[in-house]
Design a protein around this ligand. Structure first.
Ligand code: IMP
Length: 209
């Protein structure tokens, strides 16, 4: 049982490995392969991009592959920045540039119309043709200014009402326990358990008939 992670992002690799560490699955990463390909994110939705990456890496390696794509979707902006979250303020922009543009675009909009959510789609390509997807989502509100120092991306402007703080005011463990990515990863874990016929609690292969 082998699974390739279709990403070069070391933080994502660490988080996914941690969540799957009790399962008897060998996790392979980009550095285990020669010429691991860069898959262009040319899709128009998070789903399309996650599938493109998982399928591309499964085809290249011949192993099952897992890929994710995430974005911030703001109701008052018709779901933008969405799939363009990392390049919202233009090519080569920084997280700060994106947050500045987001706050500008929402200028004058009152708090009750600043609803937004983060969404992660994870695709697992069992092979080049057989693909399943799962989704994780967390709802919040876009603040009128940045608050907090932790995290990355839109974390300082994303306020999570149940915790009464922004994602940038949370520890990594707290954020992972309720985030879009954390939720999607738990669902992906369930897909792997079912597909590879693993027992949930022991981490052993289920040999029952
Ligand atoms: P990716 O698909 O995980 O690389 O995410 C794409 C972009 O969405 C990132 O560059 C961030 O701008 C934004 N994003 C995704 N997840 C988060 C998060 O947990 N906090 C803040 N921003 C995020």
């Amino acid at each position: 049982m082998q699974l390739v992670l279709a990403t070069r992002n070391k933080d994502k690799i660490r988080e996914i490995k941690h969540l799957l560490e009790d399962l008897p699955i060998t996790i392979l990463i980009f550095s285990d392969f020669l010429d691991f390909p860069e898959i262009d994110e040319t899709g128009e939705t998070l789903e399309e991009n996650a599938i493109l990456k998982a399928k591309g890496i499964a085809t290249f390696t011949g192993f099952a592959a897992l890929a994710d794509d995430s974005g911030l979707e703001v109701d008052a902006l018709g779901g933008a920045p969405g799939v363009y979250s990392s390049r919202f303020a233009g090519p080569g922009c920084t997280y700060d540039d994106n947050n500045r543009k987001l706050l500008q675009d929402l200028q004058g909009i009152p708090e009750d119309r600043r609803a937004a959510h983060f969404r992660t789609v994870i695709a697992i390509a069992w092979n080049a043709g057989e693909i399943e997807t799962v989704e994780g989502r967390v709802d919040g509100i876009i603040k009128t200014q940045k608050i907090g120092q932790s995290g990355f991306g839109y974390d300082p402007v994303f306020y999570y009402p149940p915790a009464k703080k922004t994602f940038a005011e949370m520890s990594l463990a707290e954020k992972n326990s309720l985030s879009h990515r954390g939720k999607a990863l738990m669902k992906a874990r369930d897909l792997l358990i079912t597909h590879f016929n693993l027992m949930k609690d022991s981490g052993k292969q289920d040999t029952s008939i």
